[in-house]
Design a protein around this ligand. Structure first.
Ligand code: ATP
Ligand code: MG
Length: 344
């Protein structure tokens, strides 16, 4: 049972917006930090090419999707020149030789090949910057979802700010680490985007449903359709909703917390950013899952599949608490959360 909400005053929403904007300013990397990442990548590629001929490296994940933190890891994808797909590639052997090569690099420590995961990777620690990272092979869909997220981030400044706030919220509440049984930051970003699409009027369109011309183009990668509308300069021509939503970030953040605690039915509905029409857990046959989040390209992939019942309820409680905390003036902070919420 949720308690009734206090009336949100304009003043309070104004403060909430400022807190959200401050959160973005505090955690987003500056230009120098962005350049440093590119520089590390270039250095790795030059170094690797002497030992793994034809190696090509690309940055993806939050270093590129617009939602990176100063301390976010370096997600790097390696491909080999002249080889378009991983087909016929002995991934394990390549990962092992990659690890061996990286061990000779003077500013890398803790080189750890992980060949048992769905996507085999080599983890590393970069001593000069203190950044952690991993290199995966032919992680092509991840490159495409990085571009998709970057496009949404570029549409409206509020998208970026809210995704940062959501990531900070997930970190602060300790619900943002997939390797420890919760959800990845990628999953939380999808939740924000879904909310912004379903808002009335919407803040962002569904780029995967938009196209110019008669027929929706299909671009297949690893068997999945990765088409999305990317001509953002001309978005205003093709999206009738362009700039229709004028809410502040504070309003939207509180709206998001209300949405996921009061409106959205996790039992019935899938968080799905590839179409505007609601998608049911029944249709996906994901009814046994506590929280269903569909990957925008790999439609068989439910990002909530790994959640235990306990963890799902822990996450929901974090949202309910947040809705209470952010819905009341600061002096009414619940006494049992003095430290974790201090930042806000
Ligand atoms: P962070 O700032 O926390 O590192 P991130 O977006 O880089 O955020 P990572 O967990 O490092 O998150 O993942 C890197 C990228 O790999 C994601 O941006 C996404 O493109 C892809 N990815 C991560 N987890 C998944 C997943 N479960 N399914 C599909 N793609 C994923
Ligand atoms: Mg990352």
């Amino acid at each position: 049972e949720l308690e009734p909400l206090p009336l949100m005053t304009l003043d309070f929403l104004q403060i909430l917006s400022e807190v959200c904007e401050q959160c973005y300013r505090d955690f987003a990397p500056d230009d120098v930090e962005v350049k440093v990442r590119e520089h590390i990548l270039q250095d790795f590629e030059t170094f690797l090419r002497c030992q793994v001929p034809g190696a090509k490296l690309v940055l993806f994940g939050s270093s590129k999707n617009g939602f990176g933190f100063k301390q976010s890891d370096l997600d790097i994808c390696m491909t080999l020149e002249g080889q378009d797909t991983a087909e016929g590639l002995d991934s394990m052997a390549v990962i092992e030789s990659l690890a061996k090569a990286l061990r000779k690099h003077h500013s890398l420590r803790n080189i750890l090949p992980i060949t048992t995961a769905k996507v085999p990777i080599v983890k590393f620690y970069h001593t000069k910057t203190g950044l952690e990272g991993d290199i995966s092979l032919y992680n092509t869909l991840a490159l495409h979802n990085t571009q998709l997220l970057a496009s949404y981030a570029a549409i409206d400044a509020r998208v970026k700010i809210l995704c940062y706030v959501m990531k900070v919220f997930a970190k602060v509440c300790d619900i943002g680490d997939a390797s420890r049984g919760s959800l990845s930051s990628y999953a939380y970003t999808l939740m924000v985007l879904y909310f912004l699409q379903q808002r009335s009027p919407p803040v962002i369109p569904v780029l995967q449903e938009m196209y110019v011309g008669e027929k929706k183009p299909v671009v297949l990668v690893d068997g999945w359709d990765v088409h999305f509308f990317s001509d953002l300069k001309n978005l205003h021509k093709y999206w009738p909703g362009y700039k229709k939503n004028k809410e502040s970030v504070g309003q939207l953040w509180f709206g998001l917390l209300q949405f996921y605690t009061e409106t959205f039915d996790f039992k019935e509905t899938v968080v799905c950013i590839r179409r505007i029409e609601p998608l049911t857990t029944f249709k996906k046959q994901w009814t046994s899952k506590h929280l269903a989040i569909e990957d925008p390209f790999d439609l068989s992939h439910n990002l909530g599949a790994g959640l235990s019942r306990r963890m799902a309820s822990f996450i929901m409680k974090a949202f309910i608490n947040a809705r209470r905390v952010f819905g009341a003036p600061v002096r009414d902070f619940p006494p049992e959360y003095p430290n974790k919420m201090e930042y806000f």
